[in-house]
Design a protein around this ligand. Structure first.
Ligand SMILES: Cc1cc2nc3c(=O)[nH]c(=O)nc-3n(C[C@H](O)[C@H](O)[C@H](O)COP(=O)(O)O)c2cc1C
Length: 307
C-alpha cells in the first residue's frame, strides 16, 4: 500500500510524507516529549509548538477549560523562541526520519519574514507552518487570517524569506474561508492547513467571572470536527495546492472523513492529550481501512466524497 503524500509538489525541496498523519502544533511539544510513548518516527510529520522571535511565558492561568466534547485553551504561544529551536531542537530533528515542520507566529509582517529567514536552511527543519491566527498589532489587533489581504501579505513575506516548503494555517474565525485560502495560495503557499481553534469563552459561575485568565480561548476537539470538515471541503474545492485537515480528529474514521472531503494529510491535536498514542492509532486505522477496502494508494481516497 502506498500512503505517501507530497505536500509541496512545486517546491524545490518538496515535502514528502511517508503517510498522511501529522501532529497539530501546540499539542505535541517538540516531538521529544512523546518519543518514549511510541515510535514517533512512524508518523508522516511532526509540527512543533508555535514559535515566536523571542521566548514567551504565555497567558495568565488558568489556561485550559474542558467543555462538552472539547477543550478551551488560552496558552498564548508559550514557547522557547526561535533561537532555542534552532540551537537546541533542530540538531536532534536532523537525525530523525520523520520530517519536522516549525509553526511560526508573528505580530507584524516583518516578524513573520524574520522568523522564516532565520529558519531557512537549518538542518532538521523540513518546512514552515505559518499560523495566521495571531493579532496583527499594526492593523488594530484583528487576526492576520481574518481577511484575504493581511493573510496574503503574511504569506508573501514568508515566501520571500525562505525556500522551505510553506504551509499556511487558516483560522476559522473569519467570514469566507475559501477566499482567504485562494489569496494565500496565490501569495505562494505550498499547502494550506486548517483549521485553528474557534474563539470561545467559559464562565466560572461561583466566581461570576470568566474562567480563563485571558477571558477568551480557542475551542478544539471533537466539538469542532463538523465545522473543520466543512471548511476543508470548501477550501479543497477552491484551491489547487494540497490541503491539510485538522480539527477534532480522534479516530481513523475521523481522519478518513477529512481525506474524503479533500485533505491530502491530516493533523491530530487535542486527541493526543487523552491518548498520547492517538496519532499512531489513527495511522494504523487508516492502514486497516485501506486494506479492508482494497485501496492500494491513499490518493484514491483524497476528495472522493466530492466527486
Ligand atoms: C493547547 C493547544 C495549543 C495550541 N497551540 C497552537 C500553536 O502554537 N500554533 C497553532 O498554529 N495552533 C495551535 N493550536 C491549535 C491546534 O494545532 C489545532 O489547530 C486545533 O487544536 C484543532 O485541532 P484539534 O481539534 O485536533 O485539537 C493549539 C491547540 C491546543 C489545544
Amino acid at each position: 500500500m502506498n500512503l505517501s503524500i507530497q505536500l509541496a509538489p512545486k517546491n524545490k525541496h518538496g515535502l514528502l510524507l511517508a503517510n498522511p498523519v501529522m501532529t497539530a502544533s501546540g499539542t505535541f511539544g517538540y516531538g521529544t516529549e512523546y518519543s518514549h510513548m511510541f515510535d514517533i518516527q512512524k508518523l508522516g510529520a511532526i509540527v512543533c509548538k508555535g514559535t515566536t522571535l523571542e521566548p514567551r511565558d504565555g497567558n495568565p492561568q488558568p489556561r485550559l477549560a474542558e467543555t462538552a466534547c472539547g477543550l478551551l485553551n488560552s496558552i498564548g504561544l508559550q514557547n522557547i523562541g526561535v533561537k532555542a529551536v534552532i540551537t537546541e531542537k533542530a540538531p536532534l530533528w536532523a537525525s530523525w526520519r520523520v520530517p519536522v515542520i516549525v509553526n511560526i507566529a508573528g505580530e507584524t509582517i516583518e516578524e513573520y519574514a524574520q522568523l522564516a529567514g532565520e529558519l531557512d536552511g537549518v538542518a532538521g527543519i523540513s518546512g514552515i507552518e505559518v499560523n495566521i491566527s495571531c493579532p496583527n498589532v499594526k492593523a488594530g489587533g484583528a487576526e492576520f487570517g481574518a481577511n484575504p489581504d493581511s493573510a496574503a501579505a503574511a504569506t508573501a513575506s514568508v515566501r520571500a524569506a525562505t525556500s522551505l516548503p510553506v504551509l499556511v494555517k487558516l483560522t476559522p474565525n473569519t467570514g469566507d474561508i475559501a477566499k482567504i485560502a485562494m489569496a494565500v495560495a496565490e501569495a505562494g503557499a505550498d499547502a494550506i492547513s486548517l483549521i485553528n481553534t474557534l474563539k470561545g469563552i467559559a464562565i466560572d459561575i461561583a466566581k461570576r467571572r470568566p474562567l480563563l485568565g485571558n477571558i477568551t480561548g480557542g475551542l478544539s476537539g471533537p466539538a469542532i470536527k463538523p465545522v473543520a470538515l466543512y471548511m476543508v471541503y470548501e477550501v479543497a474545492k477552491a484551491v489547487e495546492v494540497p490541503v491539510v485537515g485538522c480539527g477534532g480528529i480522534t479516530t481513523a474514521s475521523d481522519a478518513i472523513e477529512f481525506i474524503m472531503a479533500g485533505a491530502s494529510a491530516i493533523q491530530v491535536g487535542t486527541a493526543s492529550f487523552a491518548n498520547p498514542r492517538a496519532p499512531l492509532d489513527v495511522l494504523e486505522g487508516i492502514e486497516q481501512f485501506m486494506e479492508k477496502e482494497g485501496i492500494k494508494d491513499l490518493a484514491e481516497l483524497i476528495g472522493v466524497a466530492r466527486r
